[in-house]
Write a protein of this length. Structure first.
Length: 148
């Protein structure tokens, strides 16, 4: 869906290295994407890291290293993030951002995946421990059913 996918080192460590150690299939897929260059690892600038720290401290929000680095990288691109606190920081920094559910809806609307596949993906995420409020799941289901 996107030509240029960039992740920071902390996200690579959390999602790929630790994920692979835990046997997560998506970690192996992500590692393959890094190996062939479909996903690039990029270090955020010190200035942007400081800006993220300043905004999160002002809001009284503590972020993990991956969320800090991802926000710091998102200066001129779309930030894919699901962590509510990190999403709030991104909003306050004026970042273009999207969550996984919005991305699934976009893929359905572009006919990249079926509604059924999007709903299956949501079930897989929830079964794997991805927490969503029941209200958000209901909103997603309603939107997916209205998608043509």
């Amino acid at each position: 869906m996107y030509d240029n996918i960039v992740i920071p080192p902390a996200v690579f460590k959390e999602a790929v290295i630790i994920g692979a150690e835990k046997g997560f299939k998506d970690a192996l897929t992500a590692k393959q994407a890094v190996d062939i260059g479909s996903i690039q690892i990029k270090e955020p600038s010190r200035e942007e890291l400081a800006r993220v720290d300043k905004v999160s401290n002002k809001l009284g929000i503590q972020l993990g290293r991956g969320e800090i680095e991802a926000n710091a990288l998102a200066t001129d691109g779309l930030l894919l993030i699901d962590d509510e606190a990190a999403y709030t920081v991104a909003i306050n920094m004026g970042r273009d951002r999207v969550g996984t559910l919005a991305l699934l809806l976009l893929m359905v609307s572009r006919k990249m995946i079926s509604k059924k596949r999007a709903l299956e993906a949501l079930d897989i995420m929830i079964d794997a421990g991805f927490w969503l409020s029941p209200r958000l799941v209901l909103v997603f289901n309603n939107k997916i059913n209205k998608t043509t």
